[in-house]
Design a protein around this ligand. Structure first.
Ligand code: BTN
Length: 263
């Protein structure tokens, strides 16, 4: 990946269009100069399946559960990809695997084994979040939104303990190169079988073997994650025994990222 002067926005569209020519699933890409959220841009709402929309500057990115995505001006990658509607668990896996693979490419050989996935689809390194995925269903299509922290040198407040960026991990990379890596990774993940996606999830699973607090319809559940089937749910060892938590109704409320035992 190039590390020289930043590729200007004027070159983004040509670069993205050239990338699309090499890909089977991503058939078009739109580069916006600025938008509040690539999920909500009119270009995304009007896009046909197979279209990726990105922005040089995203000003009010949205995360899961109505949270904000902490964009810092032009220091990250923000992309929304429109696909035909399909099961949310599969799309979550596609987003998770593609984001993690793209981060791994950006980080280079030295940190290959470091990139993990915190179920369902956060990309993490040493327990800190490097990328996030937001899946939204809209009638016949779904929008897979992916944000990657690229050139932030630090995060403020609460995020200073929980977030990281490619730059903070030592990778000085241009955002357009990270985007290109993400497009290639997404393209490959979209054609992978469920079994292949699950296997690739397990190879990066950062939650198994750690303690976490889960939000469930029956209230909070805390325990050690024994196993994860990303298509169905998690088995958690609590103080009162093992419990199965369905993927569809469970979310991670608190996680320190500390592995309790070697796997
Ligand atoms: C999360 O981890 O909570 C999901 C974060 C998703 C952020 C991306 S950035 C591109 C797209 N546009 C948005 O407003 N959100 C997603």
């Amino acid at each position: 990946m190039s590390t020289g002067a930043a590729v200007p926005f004027a070159q983004w569209q040509a670069r993205l269009s050239a990338e699309c020519l090499r890909l089977a699933q991503i058939r078009g890409a739109v580069a916006l100069a600025e938008t509040s959220s690539t999920q909500d841009a009119p270009e995304t709402r009007a896009a046909r399946p197979g279209t990726l929309v990105t922005a040089w500057r995203q000003t009010a990115g949205r995360g899961r559960f109505g949270r904000n995505w902490a964009d810092t001006g032009t220091e990250g990658v923000a992309a929304s990809f429109v696909v035909p509607a399909q099961p949310g668990e599969r799309l979550a896996l596609i987003g998770a695997v593609a984001a993690a693979d793209a981060c791994e490419v950006a980080l280079g050989a030295g940190q290959r084994d470091a990139v993990g996935i915190k179920w369902p689809n956060d990309t993490v390194v040493d327990g800190r979040k490097l990328a996030g995925v937001l899946i939204e269903r809209r009638g016949d299509v779904a929008v897979v939104g992916i944000g990657i922290n690229v050139s932030q040198e630090r995060f403020e407040g609460e995020l200073s303990r929980r977030a990281t960026s490619l730059a903070m991990l030592g990778a000085r990379v241009d955002r357009i190169d990270v985007l290109a890596a993400l497009m290639r990774a997404l393209d490959a993940a979209l054609t992978a079988t469920d079994d292949d996606l699950v296997a690739r999830f397990h190879a990066r699973d950062a939650l198994r073997g750690t303690r976490a607090l889960f939000a469930t319809p029956d209230g909070p559940v805390e325990g050690e994650v024994v196993s994860i089937d990303p298509m169905h749910g998690l088995m958690v060892r609590t103080d009162t025994g093992e419990r199965f938590l369905p993927a569809a109704s469970t979310s991670v409320a608190e996680w320190g990222g500390v592995r309790l035992r070697s796997r």
